[in-house]
Design a protein around this ligand. Structure first.
Ligand code: ATP
Ligand code: SF4
Ligand code: MG
Length: 326
């Protein structure tokens, strides 16, 4: 994998305004609250964390589906933080998304030909060339030309996801935000779709941001992994390093919940229970956002939010007391 950086964020924020009654002050959901990270060309960057921590919002902001509230976003070194729609057009084809629920992501009134025709028309492909391209794309995702005349309801969940992937591929992207692309699929076909995504990555030199709940699958597919908590990344490192040597108390708690097949290793690993609920992103705690649930929290933690620091080689952790804890 190259070290070339494809996407870079610095203190990236995405807040959603929430209307309050009786003309009160507007409140904000701080879905992404100061994320600094890079995604390298050709890698799969896994993104894990509890539901509502901001994984989808981070990915969607990166591909500029959402406007940026604050911070800096660059694509191949070009600042696209506030790029206007006309300027963004060139980048948006390069950055695509695959959604968790393929059914709601596909227009139910269009057949596959219409679904694939739309983006090809948008990139200005001559009509005479489109049919060949559609057949090529379907073949790449393991489907047949005969499927072009069918509608989304005529397929299984896995096949619908394949159509969503073909649509994303149609515009020759470089980067794909895979937003829990297998979570809604039957366990028996999850591995097929993951393997297909890997094959496509190798063939087309794609870069992925892969958001997921299933921690064992993320390890398998990712080059590096970022652990997200309440709008921030608390730990970033290489995939195997994260599982073998988790350093942030939140990562340790998340990983301790995964069953281990080897009984000796399972006994050796302490099960760390997360206490309390994930606080609302409308009322994020002062200082370290994890402090209300962290067994090691001190006054310093409650006053001052820790930034990511490089603790080992390419192992970044946002915690004031990481050296004492580990
Ligand atoms: N369009 C929106 N308007 C207002 N709030 C939003 C919007 N999208 C997301 N949020 C809020 O932002 C926070 C982060 O949501 P997000 O969907 O990014 O989390 P997630 O980590 O992807 O969760 P999940 O694992 O359930 O998919 C949540 O509190 C969510 O309710
Ligand atoms: S900074 Fe403090 S509260 Fe936050 S994770 Fe580290 S020890 Fe826990
Ligand atoms: Mg999500």
């Amino acid at each position: 994998m190259s070290q070339e950086i494809l996407i870079s964020t610095s203190e990236l924020k995405k807040y959603f305004p929430v209307k309050t009654f009786l003309g009160g002050k507007t409140k904000y959901v701080k879905a992404v609250d100061g994320v600094t990270m890079d995604i390298r060309k050709g890698e799969t960057f896994g993104l894990v964390g509890e539901s509502g921590c901001g994984k989808s919002t981070l990915g969607r902001t990166m591909i500029r589906m959402y406007d940026v509230t604050d911070g800096i976003l660059t694509y191949k070194g070009k600042d696209i933080t506030n790029a206007k729609p006309a300027e963004l057009k060139e980048f948006q084809n390069k950055m695509q998304i695959i959604f968790q629920d393929p059914y709601s992501a596909l227009n139910p009134f269009w057949n596959v030909e219409e679904i694939l025709n739309e983006p090809l028309k948008q990139i200005g492909m001559p009509e005479a060339e489109r049919k060949d391209r559609m057949e090529y794309l379907l073949n790449k995702v393991g489907m047949k030309s005969d499927d072009l005349i069918k509608f989304p309801y005529e397929f299984s969940g896995g096949q619908r996801q394949r159509i969503g992937i073909a649509r994303a591929l149609s515009v020759n992207p470089e980067f794909i935000m895979c937003d829990e692309p297998i979570a809604a699929l039957d366990v028996s076909i999850q591995a097929q779709v993951v393997n297909m995504l890997e094959d496509l990555q190798n063939e087309f030199g794609l870069t992925y941001l892969f958001a997921a709940h299933d921690l064992s699958m993320v390890r398998y597919i990712s080059t590096r992994i970022g652990v997200m908590y309440l709008g921030n990344l608390v730990e970033i490192t290489e995939s195997n390093e994260l599982y073998d040597n988790p350093l942030h108390p939140y990562t340790q708690a998340l990983l301790s919940a995964i069953p281990i097949a080897d009984p000796k290793r399972a006994r050796a690993r302490e099960r760390i229970k997360l206490t309390g609920e994930l606080p609302s992103p409308m009322n994020v705690p002062e200082g370290c956002h994890f402090a209300p649930r962290c067994p090691y929290a001190t006054e310093q933690c409650r006053a001052d939010g820790p930034k990511l620091r490089e603790i080992g080689r390419s192992h970044f952790v946002a915690c004031h007391h990481v050296e004492e804890i580990n």
